[in-house]
Write a protein that binds this ligand. Structure first.
Ligand code: ADP
Ligand code: MG
Length: 728
């Protein structure tokens, strides 16, 4: 049986991974070629497809795959959610209303006298009578399966019906000889349509049976300090809970398995980082030209900006390729820092690109850069999707000929026909708006391109280690001086009339406002309708000059409305999606957010960051549907009390439970199997430290512990893929 599974594993080549068994039969040619990627033999059974399990055929396999994954390994990490106790009892002493298990003898079957009535089975356990009741769809087959006189183990909720004790639709009615499998404590697994939780449990237990004991990869001292079991024992404990506490995310065996996963991930990220440090790049040095541009700015850099700029310059000049992420709150001043790096590249006689996710944003960056760069004699170009025909061709020609040193643009930049003479530096603004392959395509336009990514979504440190552990991260954690705090208040929906009235007065004085209607309902269409009717009612009250943008609009239309707002031709912009991150509308001084309680704190903070950029005092109104829960109240309070994006991100994490705290799954956050980025966040930092130590001491993972760690990595199968690029 095992041999069969192993063979099955070796044949399942579904991820393009060549298994060692295949190499043996195919000869040495392959063995040499794939030696580095060989999966340890001990893991073969776990990487066999789920069809290697009993009872998993072509019909069930897709359901299992949907629930857990396509391989046996995926099932062993599928955690039970709760337990059901099925204590043994006698019918006479049984507790009504509770789930219990009894050993009974079948006395007789009572077919329903009329349609619509249940099928009943009379039983007796030596202490009292018990009726098993089956509604609809159950009939004579019950009589065949459980003939009169046979002994059965029955489990379910004991109830009283008139004078009778009964169990309606028992969970188990089993022949104790054939399959006495009524567990006293039953772990409840997630189920899916067509695959019952109990069937899942059976498969999981079979998969766990197959899991081998593996050499310990954790540090012995750390394990004993934590009081954690071995991997195999932790796995067994995960699937043999005695109580709901054992199913808790913080149970010791669960934390051990989570730590394994986090360590595997941090090691993958750490190895990736080491590799990248090994790819060379011609150094770019700090230039007098950039100093000149900096000196000409109407302000001086904040300390944080200065620090981050030095970090970038240290990378650029190191001879190894830069892979750095700059995190900074909205308005922290990332653009100017990027600009000085761009000038350094241009001063070296090379080329640099700044990529933004929207036309409007690219245009804004271009406008910001134009004067300082022109003055310094750096030739600048804008390239977006709007460039067509001859003018586009001319721009492309100037790029190839190095007549342009800095190009600002959108997705248009990474198109195949865009070529550079010598692209040295790529800056990606709002990097999460681009896919990995999009960034990679731009990076491949030069031989040793250095990468600077920018993000305006501050995330807590622990999450930073998870999402960007393979990068160097800089934080601009200070805002330029003189910013006025945005006055933030919360108001219940019934007071919307007052809010609109105040808005009317403000608009009358020439102020501009954002009005956000979230897309949260089951159907986007209802939300959209809500936003449209809000725009209509505001138009009525304010007398025109209200624009609407939503996610389903073609981006050109959206850009046009946004541009009208930026130009001051619209007073109020109603938006369903998050207003284009990064867009600067200095005249906008009011932000109204409907159903604010539905947003994450970090999101609210981002939205609020759209205002308060000009000289005028700005305000943010959080409209909510009363009553607010205690947590929701607290969340809105946090927002009123602080303007520090990093602090808010930490609070957001604290105030939310487990699951997907910041909508991270959509933003490239790894989908952990066991680990929970919130509940196990204390372990993330430890795992990152641990991984660093391990790789310092044993970068090739060849010591005995290193070998065990390789098995761990394969077990979790992290393809060491970068969060920012997949180019070497
Ligand atoms: P973000 O980090 O959100 O991209 P920007 O780069 O758009 O922020 O900067 C926001 C505004 O702050 C811009 O108008 C910019 O000119 C200004 N700014 C940047 N740095 C400073 C500074 N050190 N002192 C004063 N104003 C600054
Ligand atoms: Mg910006």
């Amino acid at each position: 049986m095992l041999a069969q599974r192993v063979l099955a594993a070796s044949r399942s080549n579904d991820d393009g991974f060549l298994h060692p068994l295949a190499t043996i039969s195919d000869g040495n040619r392959f063995r040499r070629r794939y030696a580095v990627e060989m999966r340890p033999q001990i893991l073969f059974p776990l990487f066999a497809p789920v069809t290697s399990l009993k009872g998993v055929g072509p019909k069930i396999a897709p359901l299992v795959a949907k629930l857990a994954g396509p391989r046996v390994r995926d099932l062993i990490f599928l955690a039970p959610q709760s337990v059901v106790q099925r204590p043994r009892s006698t019918v006479a002493t049984g507790v009504e209303g509770e789930i219990q298990t009894f050993s009974v003898t079948i006395l007789g079957h009572v077919a329903p006298p009329r349609g619509g009535q249940p099928w009943r089975i009379r039983t007796y356990d030596g202490t009292a009578f018990l009726t098993l009741t089956y509604f609809k769809g159950h009939g004579p087959h019950l009589e065949r399966a459980h003939p009169v006189g046979s002994a059965r183990v029955v489990s379910g909720r004991l109830e009283r019906f008139g004078s009778e004790l009964q169990i309606v639709h028992p969970d188990y009615l089993a022949d104790p000889v054939k399959s006495g499998d009524v567990p006293e404590v039953e772990a409840i697994y997630p189920a899916t349509a067509g695959l019952h939780a109990r069937a899942v449990r059976r498969l999981v237990l079979e998969a766990v049976e197959i899991a081998p004991e593996l050499a310990e990869w954790q540090d012995a001292a750390w394990l004993s300090r934590q009081g954690w079991p071995s991997w195999r024992a932790a796995l067994a404990a995960l699937h043999a809970p005695y109580s709901d506490d054992d199913c808790a995310i913080l149970a010791p065996h669960r934390r051990r398995l989570a730590y394994d996963e986090l360590l595997a991930h941090q090691l993958a990220l750490g190895r990736r980082k080491l590799e990248q440090r090994c790819s060379p790049s011609r150094p770019i040095y700090r230039s007098p030209l950039a100093d000149q541009v900096e000196a000409a700015l109407p302000f001086s850099l904040t300390r944080a900006q200065g620090r981050v700029l030095s970090e970038i310059r240290a990378d650029l000049s190191s001879g190894a390729r830069m892979n750095r992420l700059v995190q900074g709150d909205v308005g922290a001043g990332k653009t100017v820092v990027a600009m000085l790096a761009l000038v350094d590249a241009a001063a070296a006689g090379r080329q640099a690109a700044l990529m933004a996710p929207t036309e409007l944003l690219a245009r804004q960056h271009f406008d910001t850069l134009t004067v300082p760069l022109m003055k310094a004699g750096v030739r600048l170009e804008l390239l977006t999707g709007r460039d067509k025909g001859a003018s586009r061709a001319a721009k492309l020609a100037r790029l190839v000929q190095n007549e342009v040193s800095v190009v600002v643009g959108t997705h248009a930049l990474f198109q195949d026909d865009v070529t550079f003479r010598d692209l040295a530096l790529v800056v990606v603004d709002e990097q999460h708006r681009f896919g990995v392959s999009e960034r990679a395509r731009l990076l491949k336009k030069g031989v040793d391109v250095q990468m600077l990514a920018m993000s305006a979504t501050p995330i807590p440190r622990t999450l930073e280690l998870t999402m960007y552990g393979d990068l160097d991260v800089s934080r601009i954690d200070e805002k330029p001086p003189g910013r006025r705090a945005v006055i933030t208040r919360a108001a219940p929906m019934p007071r919307i009339g007052e809010i609109v009235e105040r808005l009317r007065q403000a608009v009358g004085q020439g102020q501009q406002a954002f009005w956000i209607c979230p897309l949260v309902a089951e159907s986007e269409l209802t939300d959209l309708a809500a936003a449209e009717s809000r725009a209509a009612s505001l138009t009525e009250v304010l007398g025109g000059r209200v624009g609407l943008v939503h996610g389903q609009m073609p981006s050109a239309t959206k850009d046009a409305v946004m541009a009208d707002f930026v130009a001051g031709q619209l007073s109020v912009l109603v938006a369903t999606t998050v207003v284009e991150v990064g867009v600067d509308v200095p005249a906008a001084s009011i932000m109204v957010i409907e159903q604010a309680e539905r947003f994450g704190l970090a999101q609210l903070h981002q939205l609020r960051g759209r205002v308060g950029r000009g000289a005028r005092e700005s305000s943010c109104v959080l409209l909510y549907d009363p009553p607010l829960s205690a947590v929701a109240t607290h969340r809105l309070e946090v927002l009123r009390e602080t303007d520090d994006g990093f602090l808010i991100a930490e609070k957001d994490l604290e105030l939310r439970g487990g699951g997907d705290p910041l909508g991270l799954k959509q933003s490239g956050f790894p989908a952990y199997r066991v680990a929970d980025a919130v509940a196990h966040r204390d372990l993330i930092a430890v795992a990152a430290d641990d991984a660093r130590l391990i790789l310092n001491r044993d970068p090739t993972l060849s010591s005995p512990r290193g070998q065990a760690l390789r098995v761990l990595q394969e077990l979790f199968d992290w393809r060491a893929q970068s969060s920012l690029n997949d180019a070497g």
